[in-house]
Ligand binder design. Sequence first.
Ligand code: P6P
Length: 339
Amino acid sequence: MSKPISLTRYLVEQQRVDGHIPSHLRLLLEVVARACKSISQAVNKGDLGGVLGSASTENVQGEMQKKLDIIANEVLIEANEWGGHLAAMASEEMEGIYVVPNRYPQGEYLLLFDPLDGSSNIDVNVSIGTIFSVLKKPEGLPGQSQGVSEQDFLQAGAQQVAAGYCVFGPQTTLVLTVGDGVAMFTLDREQGSFILTRENVQIPPDTQEFAINMSNMRHWDEPVQRYVNECLAGKEGPRGKDFNMRWVASMVADVHRILTRGGIFMYPWDKREPNKPGKLRLMYEANPMGMVVEQAGGAITNGQQRILDIQPTKLHERVSVILGSKNEVERVTSYHAKL
Ligand code: P6P
């Protein structure tokens, strides 16, 4: 059995040996991982820690916040604000950006996160997770003030320098990419450290498993209805094979399953709110998951284009998401092209 490789050693090697990441980014990722450990401990306490249930407040999306949503958000802010590697942060749980206070040095990175994704599953003990995305703060023009604004965050997902998530399930597993493939680290609670358990993760290009909230079927656009009906038709239908369906209602859990054994995940536009492009958020859900999925050989589109090419116009903008096994994502996207 080879000596276990910790997240710290993996990141040092990504920095020193492969030159993929500068030291400030390595430090940032180690701090985010430590914050995920703290969130995992809070999540695991459940009722014993009095952390379940609603906080009786709403977030910027107008959604009821759970106590753990707020706890996770505070853990990430407090862990990352003093280190000198960040200029500002943005979160699903905060309307505006959080600029690093003047009492701390400002760094060159921007951190975006959904502090606890899948909140509807918290109180029923189903896997949830933290999603994070790292961008570089745009260089200011010579002589321009070094301030940071929301506009600095509005970069296409292809500009991310790192992204990942931490799934709080039967194991606590951190999944990370710095643009050189995808690695998975499982939390060893006895050592208190994340240990490398998989690297160069690859999503199979084909699958027989789709993930979508079927209760919305009557509201979908025709291309998604066509794709799902063909899956449901099974061996006797145009696909000539049977399909299985999963829907955890935690994007982190569904994406983790797809990274582990393939599959396609869809949260498409639907006619219930026709002016909303989709339910999921571009900047801190679709983009980070998109970087991870693409680095693992998968694909992610909104039905019309590669999601990582979308130029954001608002911090909390939403997007239709089709991601996973490349050949299936391309099939659904091709059905949209025939509209
Ligand atoms: P629905 C969780 O609230 C989330 O943002 C994603 O994690 C998940 O995939 C989706 O919403 C579930 O939505 O409508 O099925 O509850």
